[in-house]
Design a protein around this ligand. Structure first.
Ligand code: C2E
Ligand code: CA
Ligand code: CA
Ligand code: CA
Length: 279
């Protein structure tokens, strides 16, 4: 009895089942990456508020699992992070995004940007700038059409190292944005040290704008601060016309959310946002 909980856990059939389920999923994910067959990129439009035009697409990875269907990143990013192959996953995403950038240019969307999410762990990966450069060269995409989204938490663990890496990426001409802004810590102290172009206000501040005076004040203050630092502001998770009107009134630059479109395969984005409606 004194031998403790570990022993009990070991014989718990549910836990054992769960462990083998996760193991199988990890194995499946490695295979999907290797065979390059079940992972897909969905894209969500980011709309410029001044012109009303499509300005960027955020690439959001999906996994079409043969048994479990379409899985969202919450289900599998952590697996890749915990098992040391998130760099491979993010690299797959980057390569595909550059490939799609190239297609978009040929379809008549010159200058449309693609924003790609970068895992926190990858900001400690010295090879990241080189890989980005390779993908850009291979697809002959202009660097300024690619944007990297990093979260505050990604920066916290080793801020000086992360800044060094981001500066190398910025030197390639790639744009940088800080993602989920407001959900991390100590953001203000280093915000001006980072070579950023864009700040994305986290969805949690947008969702209750209609009811929360406090959230309205926070969003207003974030926009003012970002502009003072010469950053463009994107509000994410915009679902209602009321939220949109508030953001427009406060000078927010760009918006993203279900009000405009959920993330969709590239073909569907192209048919819903045809090139001729761009200025
Ligand atoms: P994120 O970067 O904050 O991405 C935005 C998430 O909010 C997406 O979820 C998107 O579908 C969802 N969303 C967008 N508009 C709305 C809205 O109006 N209402 C609501 N309720 N939700 C909205 P998704 O695609 O499930 O991605 C979840 C997270 O997974 C992302 O959060 C990002 O952190 C991560 N992720 C996605 N793709 C990648 C990737 O390629 N690499 C890495 N490392 N992480 C990724
Ligand atoms: Ca993002
Ligand atoms: Ca976000
Ligand atoms: Ca988020």
């Amino acid at each position: 009895k004194g031998s403790g909980r570990n022993v009990v856990h070991f014989f718990n059939p549910h836990l054992k089942q769960k462990a083998s389920f996760e193991l199988q999923l990890e194995e499946d994910l490695r295979q999907a990456l290797q065979q390059d067959n079940c992972l897909m990129l969905f894209y969500q439009p980011i709309i410029d508020l001044r012109s009303g035009a499509l300005s960027k697409l955020e690439a959001l990875v999906r996994w079409h699992h043969p048994l479990h269907g379409l899985l969202t990143p919450e289900r599998f990013i952590a697996i890749a992070e915990a098992n040391g192959f998130i760099d491979q996953l993010d690299d797959w995403v980057l390569r595909r995004a550059c490939h799609d950038l190239n297609s978009l240019e040929h379809m008549g969307y010159p200058g449309l940007k693609i924003a790609v999410n970068c895992s926190a762990l990858n900001l400690a990966n010295d090879q990241l700038p080189g890989r980005i450069e390779q993908h850009l060269q291979a697809t002959r995409c202009p660097a300024q059409c690619l944007e990297l989204e990093v979260t505050e938490s990604a920066l916290l663990s080793n801020i000086n190292r992360a800044i060094g890496l981001l500066e190398r990426i910025r030197a390639l001409g790639v744009c940088l944005s800080i993602d989920d802004f407001g959900t991390g810590y100590s953001s203000l102290a280093y915000l001006r040290r980072l070579p950023l172009d864009t700040l994305k206000i986290d969805r949690s501040f947008i969702q209750d704008l209609a009811n929360s005076n406090q959230d309205r004040e926070i969003v207003h203050a974030i926009i003012a601060m970002a502009h003072a630092l010469h950053l463009k502001v994107v509000a994410e998770g915009v679902e209602t016309g009321e939220q949109l009107a508030f953001l427009q009134d406060r000078g927010c630059d760009q918006v993203q959310g279900y009000l405009f479109s959920k993330p969709l395969p590239l073909e569907e984005i192209v048919s819903r946002f045809p090139p001729h409606i761009r200025p």
